[in-house]
Design a protein around this ligand. Structure first.
Ligand code: ZN
Ligand code: ZN
Length: 399
């Protein structure tokens, strides 16, 4: 099994709401079509699967793994393990993955009849992997989610320069097929634009982004250094960065000095951290409510529902930088409109642009491309010349 995530949308193409799945049996969820009807996968029967390969810690790739039989081992990267663990600790998901085996980039391993080589890829999800899977004389390459324009763009260039050879099937993501590219091309464009705004602006900035999008957190932090502003994060974000320190020493940390501070909010996350006392670790980086009021024009505050609510009285001369997929914007727009806070959208996709997909496919030159992670599998042929093998949802094919 390669990845087993939550659907992004329901049958009506509306955002999928996983809360509807709570307290329902596997049988009921299969009947409703939420879980696919696959033999030998779930907790209620003997396993027919050797293992799961998990590409990266985004819920659309791992959100259904809590239903599988825990006897089946899950292979994942160290960073993926950390972030799946953090999301479970903070009750964002109910995936408490126990039977996991961490794997290293470029280090092939064998499981059953398969030889698997993990390739690290550039993506908005941390420590993301693609997989080369070899068995019975065939080679399959699973791209996972990837791009070439993030802070790990070299990984993309490396695969282009040195692609795996003789691939029979390339299972290729196509998130941006049929979607616009947006105004900002690379993660470095984002950093530059933020630095410019922070330097020239006299306002207080809020930035809406994901605490687990490490590339973006790095861009914001670097822009703060360049403009001599203080990046004010919440304890949850501090905890995410702290947990990833052992994987990469370049990830900004709460104790890195004057350009990063923590504002201690009171919410379910901090009460959880308070109970096991992990919260107190971060108190040396504390910034108080009063200090925030005084230093407002030298701050960049990481937005969250609780941060917004805490500072509702202090939102004059404020700009919101919206640094997430635009699809989520309508949810928060009314709040900021009511406060007369202008919204500036600064975002670049975590997924490959069409040109990047073309370059990738040209280098790999597979016999067949199997589209996945796309709303428009039928449009791959507009951009790619290789044979496209369209597999519909829940259809079975033998490779
Ligand atoms: Zn995805
Ligand atoms: Zn992803």
């Amino acid at each position: 099994m390669i990845d087993f995530g939550l659907p992004l949308v329901n049958e009506n193409k509306q955002q999928f709401d996983s809360r509807g799945m709570e307290n329902q049996s596997i049988g009921e969820l299969i009947k409703q079509g939420v879980l696919p009807d696959i033999k030998g996968l779930y907790t209620n029967e003997a396993p027919l699967f050797d293992a799961v390969l998990l590409s990266h810690p985004h819920p659309d790739h791992y959100g259904l793994l809590s239903f599988i039989n825990p006897i089946i081992p899950i292979y994942l990267s160290k960073g993926c393990k950390e972030l799946v663990g953090i999301s479970h600790y903070f009750n964002q998901t109910n995936c408490d993955l126990k039977n996991v085996k961490t794997i290293k980039s470029w280090q092939p391993f064998e499981h059953g009849n398969f030889k698997i080589t993990p390739y690290p890829v550039d993506h908005s999800g941390f420590d993301a992997l693609a997989f080369l899977i070899e068995g019975e004389g065939k080679k399959i390459f699973y791209s996972g989610d990837f791009r070439g324009h993030g802070r790990k763009g070299t990984l993309f260039k490396n695969i282009i320069k040195n692609p795996p050879k003789n691939i029979d099937y390339l299972i290729l993501e196509g998130t941006l097929i049929g979607r616009d590219k947006g105004k900002f091309e690379t993660e470095y464009d984002i950093e530059n634009e933020l630095a410019k705004l922070f330097k020239n602006g006299k306002e207080q900035f809020f930035v809406a982004c994901s605490s687990q999008n490490i590339d973006r957190i790095v861009s914001i932090y670097k822009a703060c250094i360049r403009s001599n502003r203080i990046f004010v994060i919440d304890p949850y974000t501090a905890c995410v960065l702290d947990k990833l320190k052992k994987i990469s020493p370049n990830i900004p940390q709460y104790n890195w000095g004057k350009n990063i501070k923590i504002f201690f909010l009171s919410n379910s996350y901090t009460s959880k951290m308070g109970k096991d006392r992990s919260l107190y670790k971060y108190k040396s980086a504390k910034i108080s409510y009063q200090e925030i009021l005084e230093k407002r024009d030298t701050l960049v505050i990481k937005d969250s529902y609780w941060m917004r609510m805490r500072f509702t009285e202090n939102l004059t001369d404020t700009i919101l930088i919206y640094s997430l997929w635009e699809g989520y914007l309508p949810e928060v727009k009314p709040f900021w409109a009511k406060q007369n806070v202008p919204i500036v959208e600064i975002h670049a996709s975590g997924h490959a642009y069409i040109e990047e997909l073309q370059e990738f496919v040209k280098a790999m030159n597979p016999r067949y491309i199997i589209p996945f992670h796309t709303f428009y599998p039928g449009r791959y042929c507009e951009y790619l010349v290789n044979n496209i093998m369209i597999v519909r949802d829940k259809e079975t094919v033998e490779l």
